[in-house]
Ligand binder design. Structure first.
Ligand SMILES: Nc1ncnc2c1ncn2[C@@H]1O[C@H](COP(=O)(O)OP(=O)(O)OP(=O)(O)O)[C@@H](O)[C@H]1O
Ligand SMILES: [Mg+2]
Length: 215
């Protein structure tokens, strides 16, 4: 930030196992988004290394990075980042149409429909993001992150804009997919009721890992 250096993360040493359900907890400004962006290969750290599946992120070229992000990682942004000109259905379907196709068209549609049903937005499939509430947009972003069956899903405050009923529904969906598809979940939250559900909780404060709990 100009002449001021902000150390958003310091001495972070973190090991996340395949199939873990990890919560990153910490107050505003503690470094949660920065950490998620680094794990999700969206940002690169000024020092240190990120290893995914044994491969060092810094050794990947741009194409390999893009491919890793597209095929291996699902990301739910704190600010959703939906495409305004596409409908709800098209937003969720998009990762399937730009990536390498895993299934046929029918399979892809069924996956989109299943996820829209699960996040409670089947009846909004033809709407544009601007016609939805913040919580509904968040649920579209969650469905989009899950559609390719990524090995790792990174969700930055996925329940922050949801009431408790919809928050629970989203968490149940993440837990089901964690169990059935053995997807690794890493999500940040301020909410103690939510981090209690994780089997690995990382507490951040001022960019440092304050403590870790594993169950
Ligand atoms: N682009 C940037 N330039 C300078 N400082 C930044 C930048 N992005 C974030 N920071 C700073 O880094 C620190 C960590 O920010 P980060 O967004 O990771 O926090 P957070 O835990 O996600 O907060 P919140 O709960 O409010 O989303 C903060 O002090 C923030 O001001
Ligand atoms: Mg944040």
């Amino acid at each position: 930030m100009g002449k001021i250096t902000v150390e958003a993360l310091k001495d972070v040493n973190l090991d996340i196992g395949a199939g873990d359900f990890v919560s990153v907890a910490g107050p505003s400004g503690s470094g949660k988004t920065t950490m998620m962006n680094i794990i999700g290969l969206i940002d690169t750290p000024t020092a240190g290394t990120v290893l995914i599946n044994g491969r060092e992120a810094a050794s990947l070229n741009r194409r390999e990075l893009a491919r890793m992000r597209r095929e291996y990682i699902g990301f739910v942004f704190q600010s959703f980042n939906l495409l305004p000109v596409l409908t709800v259905f098209e937003n969720v379907e998009l990762p399937l149409t730009i990536g390498r196709k895993r299934g046929g068209r029918k399979e892809n549609r069924e996956r989109v429909e299943y996820l829209l049903e699960e996040v409670g937005l089947a009846d909004r499939r033809s709407h544009k993001p601007a016609e939805l509430s913040g919580g509904q947009q968040q649920r579209v972003a969650i469905a989009r992150a899950l559609v390719t069956r990524p090995r790792i899903v990174i969700a930055d405050e996925p329940t922050a804009n949801l009431d408790s009923a919809n928050g629970e529904r989203v968490l149940e969906l993440m837990q089901t997919i964690n169990r059935e598809e053995e997807t690794t979940f890493i999500f940040s939250t301020h909410d103690p009721d939510i981090w209690k559900l994780a089997n690995h909780v990382v507490f951040l404060r001022d960019g440092l890992i304050e403590k870790e709990q594993r169950r």
